[in-house]
Design a binder for this molecule. Structure first.
Ligand SMILES: [Cu+2]
Length: 151
């Protein structure tokens, strides 16, 4: 039993540097009003190596998608994308009006001051995937995300 714990510990230490290669800054989730089942999550992601954000999940949402905003016939619309590119050493901003993470089928209201856990899955050029854990505080809903969403 003790030996097993030691092995687990050394594995965690070995895994450390890989996790350190993706840095998350300023994560946040937009607060919701009662009955609202959809919201957005935003953050800045910097990967030390060329990589892609390929998926995200959170226990508060039934479904999580990666989205982008794009002009379509002069109208800003959002649509799901398979991945968000993370060029080496470049801070990629997930923000309202650009790429963002979309949470669907919310299991609870997003209340300002609470913190929402996420797992982001980042895939390197070599196809190896790593899970990056993020805790994102909920912030009030004054900015203009949600336009273009049928909900
Ligand atoms: Cu969206």
């Amino acid at each position: 039993m003790k030996k097993l714990a030691l092995i687990a510990l050394s594995f965690a230490v070995l895994a450390g540097p890989a996790f350190a290669q993706v840095k998350i800054d300023d994560p946040w989730v937009r607060a919701t009003v009662p009955q609202q089942k959809v919201t957005g999550a935003f953050m800045r992601i910097t990967s030390a190596r060329d990589a892609r954000l390929v998926s995200a999940r959170s226990p508060v949402a039934g479904k999580v998608e990666l989205h982008e905003m794009a002009m379509q016939n002069d109208v800003m619309k959002m649509r799901p994308v398979a991945a968000v590119d993370l060029p080496a050493g470049t801070a990629v901003e997930l923000k309202p009006g650009a790429h963002h993470i979309m949470l669907f089928d919310l299991k609870q209201p997003m209340v300002e001051g609470e913190t929402v856990p996420f797992v982001l899955v980042v895939e390197g050029k070599d196809g190896k995937r790593q899970a990056v854990e993020v805790s994102a505080p909920v912030r009030p809903l004054n900015a203009a995300h949600g336009a273009g969403h049928g909900g």
